[in-house]
Design a protein around this ligand. Sequence first.
Ligand SMILES: [Zn+2]
Length: 214
Amino acid sequence: MSNSLPKSLKQVSFFLERLPGIGEKSANRLAFYLLRMPDEDLKDFSEQVAKLKAQTKRCKICMNLTEEELCGVCDDSARDGTRITVVEDVLDLLSLETGDIYDGMYHVLHGRIDPLNHIGPDDIFLEELFTRLKPKTNGHVTPSIVKEVILATNPDMEGEATAMYLRNRLQELKKEHSLEFTITRLGYGMPMGGNLEYADYMTLRKALENRRGF
Ligand SMILES: [Zn+2]
């Protein structure tokens, strides 16, 4: 079918097919849909896509995506700064943000340790988390206010491995700097092999309530 399509339509369809969950048929259907969109909307859409990367950067505290220096969570002084939940991706953060189940802070790793795909500890944002937890030393020592680090990587093999690696590194950090925070892991509620991004908010709330020392 693709061979009988005009080249411009085929090009768009080719890009759409690279999106997750989109096969050739869906890609063609979406390309046709775009073609039928009102000119103004299509122009708007293509401009937004073009700007997407240039305007999005990482929050300088938690690595969440933002257009400002700080993301909406870090910029909100009403939130509980004594807790940091560590997630693999921004979509996991968004899941935890639905339904008012959590009002602490986050740290987004942008990935997980995955040796089979050559992703090691240095390829995700671990050091930035450690920096947040260490006492600040500009003139005098200011201890971190963090009382709990909640490991919310996914309950599958790579997520578990990442949580275990993090726990060991955090324990070293605690010893080295005499830090007081506890380390917890999301409790039952999350199905094994499940993904935070797809969990409903009741499941997430249970998982958060049942978090345990780790
Ligand atoms: Zn932030």
